[in-house]
Design a protein around this ligand. Sequence first.
Ligand SMILES: O=c1ccn([C@@H]2O[C@H](COP(=O)(O)O)[C@@H](O)[C@H]2O)c(=O)[nH]1
Length: 234
Amino acid sequence: MSFEHSKKILIALDYDSQEAALSFVKQLSPDTCRLKVGKEMFTYFGPSFVKELIDLGFDVFLDLKFHDIPNTVAKAVTAAANMGVWMVNVHASGGFEMMSKAKQALEKFGDKAPLLIAVTVLTSMDEIELKRLGVEKSAQQQVMHLAKLAKEAGLDGVVCSAQEAKILKAELGNNFKLVTPGIRPEGSDAGDQKRIMTPKQAVDAGSDYLVIGRPITKADNPVKVLEDVNSSIS
Ligand SMILES: O=c1ccn([C@@H]2O[C@H](COP(=O)(O)O)[C@@H](O)[C@H]2O)c(=O)[nH]1
């Protein structure tokens, strides 16, 4: 199996126990996946947990989806870069100025700067939910609108669903990275995710990185599920 394909999988570590998360992580190799730390684990266990994962050799995506005024977000992404994370994100709906300031704040880290990615439309949202927010565009149109804004602001890519990957790649080019949660291997429960695809469909559509949480972490044999996902996309 090619190393490049294995590293496409970002496992969402959404645990309320650091011990449980670490006992799972210690069965993994940094050659077969990267790890994502989100709001739950960061709120419980903070930067020391993130650093422990980095010390174990893993690339870490710090998924805190910053959304605040430009100055605050620029300082928050600076703190993330100081932690040594591989990728960090902000909400595109925080605006062009916020995204630009965040990108500028990372320039001082040179080639050690984390990738900076913007969340477009959460994969748990469908058009009914967008309408409730007053957004009349389709999910695909709204993702495209926010992704173009993120690209103009100099960001490295976006979080979107794999359902939008093909059209985003065609419009924004191959270097603009697409990080896609809402990945569901055949037969797994969608849960609260609305815009979903299987790992193979996502890769075929052009996703660069596939975020997978519960289908792996809640499985009876998580390592086997990861191996099967990696085989399906290799
Ligand atoms: O649009 C988004 C942005 C982030 N997420 C995060 O990804 C994982 C998905 O976990 P699953 O268990 O595979 O559903 C989770 O940590 C979310 O916070 C997302 O799902 N959608």
